[in-house]
Write a protein that binds this ligand. Structure first.
Ligand code: MN3
Length: 204
């Protein structure tokens, strides 16, 4: 077994004008593909880890041999983070969630707007490359996190239900240095039905 690059669930131009086709093409076809390739190369000869779902691999990354552990964190994290990222965006996205997720957000932050503000602040304030996540922790409670590089909430015992890539490769062609504009535009493509599904699976 080996890890595989998932197909984009929509056309590479589907998220325009918020995320342009060329960025999607390079991001998915080069960056994400590169993480998958390097993950498989690092784990060659370690069949037990190649057979695990990537989420479990990251949860149990302390059991990966130390000589390849950082490579597995970088590239396994890259694979898991991007797989989540493509899924939680949609050309029919934007707006607000409903149901249990909205209730949980309002319970935690008081309002959807307050949550959105904290998430955007987390994404905007990462120094250098990283990700903002909405996570469910072991007690079932929601919070916003930021992680550098491809570090992933699974490594810290939480389950990501939504993630935003703020590496420059995610936005530089269209937004150059204007990360805040990219973050603002990104809310228009958030696939809340998928995020809600991730939330119910995580709190199951
Ligand atoms: Mn990326």
């Amino acid at each position: 077994m080996a890890f595989e690059l998932p197909q984009l669930p929509y056309d590479k131009a589907a998220l325009e004008p918020h995320i342009d086709a060329r960025t999607m093409e390079i991001h998915h076809g080069k960056h994400h593909a590169g993480y998958v390739k390097k993950l498989n190369a690092a784990l060659a000869g370690h069949g037990k880890f190649l057979d695990m779902p990537v989420e479990d691999l990251l949860r149990e990354v302390e059991s990966v041999p130390e000589s390849i552990r950082q490579t597995v964190i970088n590239n396994g994290g890259g694979h898991a983070n991007h797989s989540l990222f493509w899924e939680i965006m949609s050309p029919d996205g934007g707006g607000k969630p409903g149901g249990d997720l909205l209730q949980a957000i309002e319970k935690k932050w008081g309002s959807f707007d307050a949550f959105q503000e904290e998430f955007s602040e987390k994404a905007g304030s990462i120094f250098g490359s990283g990700w903002a996540f909405l996570v469910v922790d072991e007690s079932g409670s929601l919070s916003c996190k930021r992680h550098s590089f491809q570090n992933n909430p699974y490594m810290f015992g939480s389950t990501p239900v939504m993630g935003l890539d703020v590496w420059e490769h995610a936005y530089y062609l269209n937004y150059q240095n204007r990360r805040a504009d990219y973050i603002e535009a990104w809310w228009n493509v958030v696939n809340w039905s998928q995020v809600s599904e991730n939330f119910s699976l995580a709190t199951g």
